[in-house]
Design a protein around this ligand. Structure first.
Ligand SMILES: NC(=O)c1ccc[n+]([C@@H]2O[C@H](COP(=O)([O-])OP(=O)(O)OC[C@H]3O[C@@H](n4cnc5c(N)ncnc54)[C@H](O)[C@@H]3O)[C@@H](O)[C@H]2O)c1
Length: 238
């Protein structure tokens, strides 16, 4: 029997909301998706330069952006913060701030975009940017690790509930990616030490993550939901 070759439609004028699109992974993903035919709405905490204002911690802001800039077929949630503090020094405020952006933001976005997608009734795709720290801890960031582990489980729980609506929910788990988020470590001369722990022996680039986001967002991943896809040069193999 001849194998059935599936024709994956090149995306034409489908609309995706990208959070954290003013910098790093979100900015790269937004630019690339636009090149690949998506209508991209870029959002970030700070508006300007083609970026609409969306603080992912604000439920009302999500509702407003979905109403004003939707309907969306997809969401790429790349907004995130990483602050360093060891467990014994971590303040409740630092904990709350990190969980609010990384985890509550992912929940609010999944809910706001999910509700609109269910109402529109034509399916959709949500991609969260989690982390290798969803799976493995690192000293000095217990709040970050806990928030990202939460994103991984939220992804699976949401995927389970939304699958019957044709809505897929997935996450990518980046390793160390060259963006402003890890610039402090590079500036401190830690790049070599970081690279030594990566089997692939290089830092990741935003493009590495964009390719995974692009796949999970697209119809090519039509049968993929609830996964946490490491894009880490093999870091999690250690
Ligand atoms: N760079 C890495 O090594 C790495 C590794 C694993 C995971 N990640 C994750 O990738 C995602 C993107 O990070 P990045 O490396 O591009 O960092 P980045 O700092 O370059 O970009 C993060 C963006 O999120 C935005 N943001 C922060 N708080 C926000 C809020 N409340 N509402 C809306 N936007 C907000 C920032 O303004 C910024 O534009 C984050 O979720 C991060 O945790 C990054």
């Amino acid at each position: 029997m001849e194998p059935q070759v599936r024709r994956v439609l090149q995306v034409s004028a489908r609309r995706v909301l990208v959070t954290g699109a003013a910098s790093g992974i979100g900015a790269h993903a937004a630019a690339t998706l636009a090149e690949r035919g998506w209508e991209v709405v870029r959002s970030d905490r700070r508006p300007g330069d083609g970026v609409v204002e969306l603080d992912v911690t604000e439920a009302g802001a999500w509702t407003q952006v979905v109403a004003e800039h939707g309907p969306f077929d997809g969401l790429v949630n790349a907004a995130g913060i990483r602050e360093r503090a060891r467990l014994l020094d971590l303040t409740p405020e630092q904990w709350d701030r990190t969980v609010a952006v990384n985890l509550t933001g992912a929940f609010l976005g999944t809910q706001a975009v999910g509700r609109a997608l269910v109402e529109a009734g034509r399916g959709g795709s949500i991609v969260h940017v989690a982390s290798v720290n969803s799976e493995t801890p690192v000293a000095g960031q217990p709040h970050y690790c806990a928030s990202k582990a939460g994103v991984a489980m939220l992804t699976r729980a949401a995927a389970l509930e939304l699958a019957r609506h044709g809505i897929r929910v997935n996450a990518v788990a980046p390793g160390a990616i060259r963006t402003p988020m890890i610039q402090d470590r590079i500036d401190e001369g830690q790049e070599e030490a970081l690279v030594k722990r990566i089997p692939r022996r290089r830092l990741g680039e935003p493009a590495d993550i964009t390719e995974a986001i692009s796949y999970l967002l697209s119809d090519a991943a039509d049968y993929v939901t609830g996964v946490l896809l490491p894009v880490d040069g093999g870091f999690l193999l250690n």
